[in-house]
Design a protein around this ligand. Structure first.
Ligand code: HEC
Ligand code: HEC
Ligand code: HEC
Ligand code: HEC
Ligand code: HEC
Length: 446
């Protein structure tokens, strides 16, 4: 640990020395830790053991990204990349992506996912959330669990069952139940992903609107077959990711994500209704985040791409007169990462408007696990961003009528990233969601 701290201060000198020395992200050793681990191991169960009594919860969770967290080939490729760099905290990624695997010491570097126990393989399994000790520290994963075998929930008067004791835990219905993982503090102590913090600093907590209100809508029905009617909360929890590898329920998840994203913000497009033949065309696109409880995008913003596609066509022929936010022949945006741009086959998209984030180390782009700082290019809750395009008239002037089409598009990650980590075969499975779209006609005065 001492060695790690020295390294850390050397790295931090650039950012003003070690005046505020960050806390290490590794959980502190607890007294009697071995006993504790053994006690957790004795009571923990797989999702299949809950299925007979909670079949609907199981069906939703089974296709959720929580169940996919330790299946995801993108996760394993990036985790392997981090381990190659001999990190100060080898358990950094797995403490969130498979808390039980990490706690039970099954996720040592080089261990294949097929070799871990069934409950560790299940990533964020039922018992991660329902046995987690609350309150729990924020942004460092989950490693503390209740040892009495009880499953915590929101039911104050649960009927007894033969499998587990039940415990009423009001904190599970609060955003603090998501905060251990939906803020990410990297091994250098830098808050690199901050969904929970964004939410906490927004007006939503004051209005009582928690993560669960938006991401776990409920219906009035029994939570066990034949039981009394309760609030049964959905466990599908769509965001923007869908499984890229073979995994149950991909289509259903894709539909749920599409619905969420089409109800995430408002887009306003302003164009003139008339234009003279030589005049530049001005297009203003305003994106207002008045629906989402945190920034858009949020979380793993280093891989996310939310961008504006603007195409101006001649109405009669459909001929494209201007485009920004369109893709190259490999499905990439026309940035410096595009192979076509690098080979001079298509022009660089200098007008591109994209929302995402960049992790920085010594001022240069880096992986989030080694970053000193993050540049956020996202839209906070109840805030908006306006993009202004000025398109010069083509030589000889505009044709008689123009059609302007604007789309706001979103995908979880770019094809060039999948190529870089050796997962090129997954590119064709990567969906692009159209969040908003609008078309306008413009008459040209002669
Ligand atoms: C033998 C059947 C059975 C099995 C197996 C079972 N449960 Fe339950 N569970 C119940 C019953 C019955 C209730 C109470 C239902 C009620 O009061 O409406 C319950 C309640 C709960 C609650 C709410 C507790 C509260 O007080 O708010 C949670 C959470 C829960 N179970 C999680 C799980 C998890 C996770 C598993 C698997 C590890 C599991 N259950 C396995 C029968 C079962
Ligand atoms: C007011 C409703 C609302 C609240 C409250 C809310 N969310 Fe969201 N969340 C959304 C919407 C809409 C999206 C889709 C737009 C987006 O990607 O940001 C989303 C997306 C997400 C995503 C995927 C985002 C990405 O870009 O990768 C995660 C993860 C997430 N939410 C977690 C949380 C957590 C954790 C909380 C609580 C701290 C929370 N949300 C609170 C509405 C909400
Ligand atoms: C990512 C965390 C998470 C995972 C994973 C998870 N749950 Fe839950 N579960 C919750 C939260 C949070 C609530 C309470 C929601 C609220 O009160 O707003 C809940 C509520 C429940 C309840 C009480 C009834 C209800 O619907 O509110 C049961 C039963 C339950 N979950 C069972 C399960 C089972 C079974 C699994 C696995 C198949 C599972 N949960 C996986 C977070 C989780
Ligand atoms: C133990 C850590 C952990 C806890 C606790 C947790 N999550 Fe997650 N959650 C994750 C991880 C890891 C993923 C991403 C898995 C993947 O894509 O490989 C995820 C994914 C999600 C997504 C989908 C994001 C996307 O881009 O598709 C949503 C929405 C979400 N969680 C909401 C919640 C909410 C709401 C809670 C609290 C009730 C919660 N989570 C609690 C770790 C956690
Ligand atoms: C403190 C908890 C935490 C830690 C540590 C963590 N993650 Fe995650 N990870 C999450 C959550 C939460 C999400 C979902 C967030 C979202 O969708 O915005 C996620 C999503 C992901 C995804 C899917 C999103 C995507 O890019 O499409 C990948 C891949 C991933 N993490 C890899 C890693 C790797 C590799 C590490 C270690 C270098 C790591 N994570 C460390 C919590 C964590």
């Amino acid at each position: 640990m001492r060695y790690a701290r020295v390294l850390l201060c050397a790295g931090m000198a650039f950012w003003g020395g070690c005046a505020t020395e960050p806390e290490p992200s590794a959980p502190p050793e607890q007294p009697g830790r071995q006993d504790t681990v053994a006690a957790v191991r004795r009571v923990v169960a797989t999702a299949e053991q809950c299925q007979p009594c909670h079949p609907q919860h199981y069906e939703e969770w089974r296709i959720s990204m929580h169940a996919y967290a330790f299946e995801d080939p993108v996760f394993h490729a990036l985790n392997a990349l981090m381990l190659q760099q001999r990190p100060i905290d080898e358990q950094f990624c797995v403490r969130c992506h498979t808390p039980f695997g990490s706690l039970f010491g099954e996720t040592l570097p080089g261990v294949a996912k097929e070799r871990v126990s069934p409950v560790a393989r299940q990533g964020i399994s039922c018992d991660v959330c329902h046995m987690m000790a609350l309150p729990h520290p924020t942004g460092r994963g989950v490693w503390r669990f209740r040892l009495d075998g009880a499953r915590s929930g929101n039911v104050a008067d649960p009927i007894p069952n033969t499998f587990h004791p039940s415990a009423f835990e009001p904190l599970l219905s609060q955003s603090e139940a998501c905060a251990p993982c939906h803020d990410v503090v990297n091994p250098l102590g830098v808050l690199v992903e901050r969904t929970y913090t964004e939410w906490r600093e927004s007006p939503y907590p004051g209005r009582g609107i928690t993560c669960q209100v938006c991401h776990m809508p409920w219906t009035a029905e029994p939570i066990v077959p034949g039981g009394p009617v309760r609030r049964r909360h959905s466990h599908l929890m769509p965001g923007v990711d869908v499984p890229l590898s073979d995994f149950p329920g991909r289509e259903q998840m894709e539909e749920a994500v599409e619905y969420l994203l089409q109800n995430a913000l408002r887009m306003l497009v302003a164009v003139p209704s008339e234009l003279s033949a030589q005049e530049p065309l001005r297009v203003r696109v305003t994106l207002a985040n008045n629906i989402t409880g945190h920034d858009i995008p949020t979380g793993s913003i280093f891989t996310r791409q939310m961008w504006i596609e603007l195409i101006v066509r001649e109405t009669t022929t459909g001929r494209v007169l201007y485009e920004s936010g369109t893709l190259d022949s490999h499905g990439d945006l026309r940035t410096l990462h595009s192979l076509d741009v690098q080979q001079g086959r298509v022009p660089l998209d200098t007008a591109l408007v994209i929302f995402n984030g960049t992790a920085l180390r010594n001022g240069r782009p880096a992986f989030f696990w080694e970053a000193h700082a993050v540049q956020f290019n996202t839209i906070p809750a109840f805030d908006s961003r306006t993009a202004v395009y000025t398109v010069p008239a083509p030589p000889g002037g505009w044709p008689a009528a123009l059609e302007v089409s604007v789309r706001l598009r979103f995908r979880a990650l770019p094809p060039y990233l999948l190529r870089a980590i050796g997962l090129e075969e997954l590119v064709e499975r990567l969906p692009i969601f159209d969040m908003e779209q609008e078309q306008r006609r413009i008459a040209v005065r002669r």
